[in-house]
Design a protein around this ligand. Structure first.
Ligand code: ZN
Ligand code: ZN
Ligand code: ZN
Length: 758
């Protein structure tokens, strides 16, 4: 008698062609029995001599998008099945199957899109079990067409037959559709009249089109047309913030931008994120500087929906694809809102009638130190969970921070971080936060009992947490959360030293922290070192005026004699502005003490005349890095000693990083007429030396060093620190699947909340 086995697999095993895969493999190997889907994953009953080999192959040859997080295999009673069948889905109790993120169009679908003979020739919504919308159209679980925004499109006989055929690539592909039965596009002009086509000629003419995509609207124009790009920039009131591009294919990207193997992998991945790439010098002829003023990089992605692929029937190689929203407002994702809100910006609207349920921006990634670092995590990555180092004691919500917010819901050993929501300062963004929090709870099946929130009393998210219904509320220090988030991602529970460098976070001494050396874990932390406190005029809002910061820092750091020599640096400050600053500093009015790392970058950027007032968050630091990178590209040899010195002072148990020498050194170089790129480069280099020397000085013994916080999205600085750490034998860990900036904060909040909740 042959034996029979029961197999249970869970993870991402639904909506990715898993059952047809099991079915085909069983047929190929002569295995009898059945497979079915349940709310707990895939169950298989397998009979035959070959079952052990079948099981091994089953785990080894999984479909590209499947991900197995749980496997179980045991002998059961022999059922004497005559064949292998796919059974009806079973529902039982609470679902715990993972929902797949949205997936870029697969090669098979792209081929069919171009095949005149195919049913779905040029159909903008072609998809299959290996690709297409997922998270963005899911209203509830289990993942089934009736619970997605595809529910309003009954399948035609052909689609229905493919959907029901276990050997078809569209077997149980929930969004399956064709031009007979599925969603359709519609082009409108600004007056609301219907027009023919996809707007390709209009784009070629230099016009701006609002296009509904997978996770929301894009504002689109020809990326090679400087006038169109400039017009979009003005209409969107975007200041100097860089635009993202979509490129026809990898070849055209290579022509103008440097692409490493790792970067190529990311561009072609099923998540299809925006990848930040370095421009080649000759790129300026084709890709106008208006795309990203003052930067040496561009963010580029490949077409990830069939509609995008069809747009490139036009003669352009690059399209600007910037989020369809008004400045400081959330991403627009409904037709009505797009037509209403983007009227003054777009000349045409390319709409479609497949509703988006979870708006999702494009994700943004950069390769730093040979690893992908997420700047923004949304489409293509959400709602994949992170595994917690240990089971959580309760269901916990981490509300995240104030800027670049993402929240996180955790239960058992999983934590689900939401897509990037945006800055919480605006009313509309905060509404979006509440809306997504409500619907995300459904998708991940977690109803929180505990809320963990940032210690900053003025954050919208803090007030939201304090006003909410949760029985337990736990306050978490900002940089502690940053540190623990990275430890959590690496499954580490032991205390470790972290360099947490970012713009702003509420400190326990009620000052603004931001350049912190913390040793700790989820249970607690000690502050071992930090940047000295410097006067920040206007507090967090003062970040918009880097020259004022530079002025205040200079006045506080320099001697009277030195200060007198700096007069001409402040010519760009209006006389009245200077007078107000002097009074503020003298009387300590609206002056906040800060150890922020981000503000130090801002001050130096302004000193060098690179960026003296900002139009988007982080601009001064980003432009400073770009300048420095230009120098670094031309001058490869590294000095052994840093040009500018960071010194230490002791304050009790805490080491204080003193930047007087660094600041004065930079000012002297500016006054000597040294090139800004040279100074910017040496600032990065000196800071990296300062960080690593401090780590060595702290001698905290075993364990990896954590590098995190928004400043470690700076490629030049991070790579310099990594090189030095390697030279000194320091093992470094960084954020992996979450951003090192505030987009990754909420996981840390959850893990700390877990330690403190009862
Ligand atoms: Zn496909
Ligand atoms: Zn159909
Ligand atoms: Zn932060």
């Amino acid at each position: 008698m042959t034996t029979a086995y029961f197999i249970h697999l869970n993870g991402i095993v639904q909506g990715v062609g898993f059952r047809p895969y099991v079915y085909r493999l069983a047929h190929e190997m002569g295995i009898k029995g059945w497979v079915n889907n349940s709310s707990h994953g895939v169950y298989i009953h397998a009979e035959g001599l070959q079952v052990p080999v079948f099981y091994r192959r089953l785990l080894q040859e999984v479909p590209p998008l499947a991900k197995i997080t749980h496997e179980e295999y045991r002998e059961v009673a022999f059922g004497n099945y005559a064949d292998f069948a796919i059974l009806q889905s079973r529902e039982e109790g609470q679902a715990d199957v993972l929902i797949s993120p949205d997936i870029a169009t697969c090669g098979d679908c792209l081929a069919e899109l171009r095949d005149v003979q195919d049913l779905r020739y040029r159909y903008p919504f072609i998809n299959c079990t290996n690709c297409g919308p997922r998270y963005t159209i899911i209203q509830d679980v289990p993942y089934d067409r009736a619970q997605t925004t595809m529910q309003s499109f009954p399948m035609c006989p052909v689609c229905a037959q493919e959907y029901a055929d276990p050997l078809n690539r569209r077997f149980h592909a929930q969004p399956v559709a064709c031009s007979q039965c599925g969603p359709a596009v519609q082009l409108l002009n600004a007056q609301g009249d219907f027009c023919a086509g996809l707007g390709i000629e209009q784009i070629a003419r230099g016009e701006i089109i609002a296009i509904k995509g997978l996770g929301g609207f894009h504002l689109v124009c020809d990326g090679g047309n400087p006038t169109a790009v400039q017009r979009l920039r003005q209409r969107k009131e975007r200041g100097a913030k860089p635009f993202a591009l979509m490129a026809r294919n990898l070849e055209v990207i290579r022509r103008y931008l440097k692409v490493s193997l790792k970067e190529e992998e990311l561009l072609k991945s099923s998540a299809a994120p925006i990848v930040i790439l370095e421009r080649k010098k000759e790129s300026g002829n084709v890709l106008p500087d208006e795309l990203a003023p003052g930067l040496h990089t561009l963010g580029v992605m490949l077409p990830y929906t069939p509609l995008h692929a069809l747009l490139f029937d036009g003669a352009f190689d690059f399209l600007v694809m910037t989020s369809g929203n008004l400045s400081g407002r959330p991403l627009i994702y409904t037709n009505e809102e797009a037509v209403r809100e983007l009227k003054g910006i777009a000349d045409y609207f390319l709409l479609h009638n497949r509703d988006i349920f979870h708006p999702c921006d494009d994700s943004v990634v950069q390769v730093i130190g040979d690893e992908a670092v997420l700047h923004r995590r949304a489409r293509g990555y959400v709602p994949l969970p992170q595994k917690c180092p240990q089971d959580l004691k309760a269901s916990i919500l981490g509300v995240g921070g104030e800027l670049k917010n993402a929240f996180c819901l955790g239960a058992k050993d999983r934590a689900f971080t939401s897509q990037y929501i945006g800055d919480m300062e605006g009313y509309e963004n905060f509404q979006r936060f509440r809306q997504e929090l409500a619907s995300f709870q459904k998708v991940v099946q977690i109803v929180p009992e505990v809320v963990a929130y940032d210690a900053h009393p003025d954050f919208q998210t803090t007030q939201f947490a304090l006003a909410g219904p949760w029985p337990q509320k736990i306050k978490v220090q900002h940089h502690h959360a940053h540190l623990v988030s990275v430890l959590g991602e690496h499954g580490i529970t032991a205390p470790a030293l972290g360099v947490v460098c970012d713009g702003t976070g509420w400190g326990e001494d009620r000052r603004i922290w931001g350049f912190e050396f913390l040793k700790g874990n989820a249970e607690g932390y000690r502050r071992l070192a930090h940047l000295e406190y410097l006067p920040l005029p206007g507090g967090d809002a003062g970040a918009k005026h880097p020259l004022r910061i530079a002025y205040a820092y200079g006045k506080s750091l320099l001697s009277e004699r030195e200060w007198l020599m700096t007069e001409r640096l402040w010519e760009r400050l209006a006389g009245a502005e200077q007078k107000i600053l002097d009074q503020q500093l003298e009387k300590r009015l609206q002056i906040f003490e800060t150890s922020s790392g981000g503000r130090l970058f801002d001050a130096v950027s302004a000193l060098l005349g690179i960026c003296t007032s900002v139009t988007y968050e982080g601009q001064a630091a980003i432009e400073l890095e770009s300048k420095a990178a230009l120098w670094s590209g031309k001058n490869s040899e590294d000095a052994l000693e840093p040009r500018y010195l960071i010194e230490w002072a002791e304050n009790g148990e805490c080491l204080i990083l003193k930047v007087k020498e660094l600041y004065w050194g930079i000012i002297q170089d500016v006054l000597d007429g040294k090139e800004p790129a040279f100074i910017a480069y040496h600032f990065h280099d000196s800071l990296a030396h300062g960080i690593v020397r401090t780590v060595l000085e702290l001698q905290v013994g075993e364990g990896p060093l954590v590098l995190t916080g928004g400043v470690f999205q700076n490629k030049l600085l991070t790579e310099k620190v990594l090189v030095l750490c390697k030279a000194f034998g320091i093992q470094v860990i960084r954020a992996k699947e979450l951003p090192p900036g505030d987009g990754g904060l909420a996981l840390g909040q959850i893990l700390i909340g877990n330690e403190r909740c009862s």
